[in-house]
Structure formats: structure tokens, C-alpha cells
Design a protein around this ligand. Structure first.
Ligand code: FMN
Length: 167
């Protein structure tokens, strides 16, 4: 009897925990920047490696696309972890003109199974890359912090998918 009570207590707290996890929101931050003269070709792989090593530990997911010096990164996770990481990334001299374009609490992660992609794989079709550079230019001149749309995230995901295909 005692054993059963204990089990149902455990079950109740597990259910409570799961429902809390579902309800908890996620902070999504996006920024654009430009690679500086200190950004070496080998940095692409190094940043990708470091991020996939460290970000999961802080429960941070996201996506990173770098092309022809244009950088766009989205980070998702608990607000304090995301802000802390963004502050650190902002101080990295390998990029400049850093501009946060989006940041806010969202109902759910959109990039939960997407790690950060360095882009060392196959190249994405030119049309997609043109769209990326147009998006980068648009966000770089945006004055207010606004949501990054699901459609914009979709573009980054498709690019990342192409680039994750080994050469
Ligand atoms: C464009 C860009 C994106 C980066 N993204 C990440 C990231 O998502 N996670 C991370 O740990 N470091 C990232 N870094 C690297 C950090 O800026 C920093 O160099 C690294 O975390 C090493 O920190 P440490 O000196 O404390 O070891 C990024 C750097 C650049 C230039």
C-alpha cells in the first residue's frame, strides 16, 4: 500500500513536471553581423564544433548561417542562458556590425533539432543564398526588434540542410 502511494506520488510529480515543461516558454534571439578581417576560413568549422559541444550543455539550440561574410544566428533557450551566450558572442572580434534583430519569449522552440551549422558541406542552390543575402540586408537595416518569421527560419533550415550534406 505504502509502495503504491509512493509510486503514484512519483507519477503525479512526473506529470506535473512534464506539464510545466510544456508550458514553459523559450527565449528566441536573432542577430545579424559581418565577418571581420580576423575571421579565418577555419573559424567556420571551429565555431560549429565549439557550439555543438557547448550549447547543448546550456540547453541552447539554434542555427547559424555564414556566407560571403554575412552572418545570421538564431539562439533559443532559457532567457538568461541565451542572453549570456549572446553577450559573449557579441564580444568576439571575428565579427562586427552586430545587430540584435529579434528577441522575445515564444511558446515553443522552432529549432529544437537544429544544431548550429558551420556550413562546411555541400553548397546550397544560388537562389536560396540570394534570398539569404536579401534577408540579411533587410534585417541589417531594421530599426525595431521584431519577430523573425517562421518562413525566414524555414529558409535558414533549408540552407543548413544542404550544407550539412558531406562533400
Ligand atoms: C558568428 C559567431 C557565432 C558563435 N556562436 C557560438 C555559439 O553558438 N556557442 C558558443 O559557445 N560559441 C560561439 N561562438 C564563439 C564565441 O564567441 C567564443 O569565441 C567561444 O565561446 C569561446 O569562448 P571562451 O573564450 O570562453 O572559451 C561564436 C562566434 C562567432 C564569431
Amino acid at each position: 500500500m505504502m509502495e503504491q502511494g509512493l509510486q503514484s506520488d512519483r507519477l503525479k510529480s512526473a506529470i506535473l513536471e512534464a506539464s510545466r515543461a510544456d508550458l514553459s516558454s523559450v527565449f528566441r534571439l536573432a542577430y545579424v553581423s559581418r565577418a571581420s578581417s580576423l575571421f579565418l576560413p577555419s573559424d567556420l568549422e571551429e565555431i560549429g564544433r565549439l557550439s555543438s559541444l557547448r550549447n547543448p550543455g546550456a540547453d541552447i539550440t539554434g542555427i547559424l548561417v555564414i556566407d560571403k561574410g554575412d552572418i545570421l544566428q538564431i539562439l533559443e533557450g532559457e532567457k538568461h542562458s541565451v542572453v549570456e551566450l549572446f553577450e559573449k558572442i557579441s564580444k568576439d572580434p571575428r565579427h562586427e556590425n552586430i545587430r540584435q534583430v529579434s528577441g522575445g519569449e515564444k511558446a515553443a522552440r522552432l529549432l529544437s533539432c537544429w544544431s548550429l551549422v558551420g556550413g562546411a558541406g555541400a553548397s546550397a542552390p544560388e537562389g536560396l543564398m540570394n534570398d539569404f543575402h536579401l534577408l540579411h540586408a533587410k534585417l541589417s537595416t531594421r530599426r525595431e526588434i521584431e519577430d523573425i518569421t517562421a518562413e525566414q527560419i524555414e529558409l535558414l533550415k533549408v540552407i543548413a540542410l544542404f550544407r550539412s550534406v558531406p562533400l
